[in-house]
Design a protein around this ligand. Structure first.
Ligand SMILES: Cc1cc2nc3c(=O)[nH]c(=O)nc-3n(C[C@H](O)[C@H](O)[C@H](O)COP(=O)(O)O)c2cc1C
Length: 188
């Protein structure tokens, strides 16, 4: 085994698109890979110092969309350009923003699945940012991405994951097993 020391290489990492409103009411979005499920109804996100961070200081509600192969280029764009420097940031993505019915944040309808979230607490707050713990108020899924049983069909979504070793985006592809089930084959 080769050692690589301390790296932010937890695999796989999500490509979360955080939606907020700027002070002038226009929608903003940023890319976040450092986040995940925190508790059954909560999400955590490591938030640096961005326009989004300022938006969250004014309003503690936001949306989280899961990036797809189709939205990949614009999803990367919102991760390398700040609304602080480019007022046309969202216009350049070509995404459509509608107001969430449950939180004061934009829903980008170009994504198959979106979480509507409200901040519960901020942990380890410094000038460089903080870790957000937020309640998942509701989950929206575009009907085109539902399976026959009415649940989200993840394979249809063509979600992407961030690969931090070489900074790649990879597609989440075929189902290969059944969780909490296939392992039973090894039970005595
Ligand atoms: C692949 C990728 C992952 C990122 N992950 C995070 C993250 O987890 N937390 C964070 O604060 N910024 C992250 N960023 C950086 C922000 O998305 C970026 O600074 C963005 O331009 C902020 O936009 P804003 O200033 O308009 O809010 C990531 C960027 C990329 C491209």
């Amino acid at each position: 085994m080769k050692s690589f020391g301390q790296k932010p290489w937890v695999l796989p990492q999500p490509v979360l698109i955080i939606g907020t409103y700027n002070s002038d009411g226009t929608p903003n979005a940023m890319n976040a890979a450092w986040g995940g499920q925190w508790d059954a109804k909560e999400i955590m996100i490591c938030m640096g110092s961005h326009a989004t961070t300022e938006n969250l200081a004014r309003c503690n509600e936001f949306t989280v969309a899961f990036a797809t192969k189709e939205t990949m280029v614009a999803s990367d764009f919102v991760g390398i350009v700040s609304a602080k420097n480019d007022p046309d940031k969202i216009q350049k993505t070509g995404w459509t923003a509608v107001k969430s019915e449950n939180v004061n944040a934009p829903v980008f309808t170009d994504f198959p699945m979106t979480l509507e979230c409200r901040i519960l607490r901020k942990i380890d707050e410094t000038e460089a940012g903080y870790n957000i713990i937020a309640e998942i108020i509701n989950i929206l899924v575009d009907e085109n991405y539902l399976a026959e049983d009415g649940k989200p069909d993840i394979e249809k979504m063509q979600l992407i994951t961030y690969e931090p070793v070489r900074h790649g985006y990879h597609i989440i592809d075929k189902r290969v097993g059944n969780a909490f089930s296939d392992g039973k084959n090894l039970k005595g």
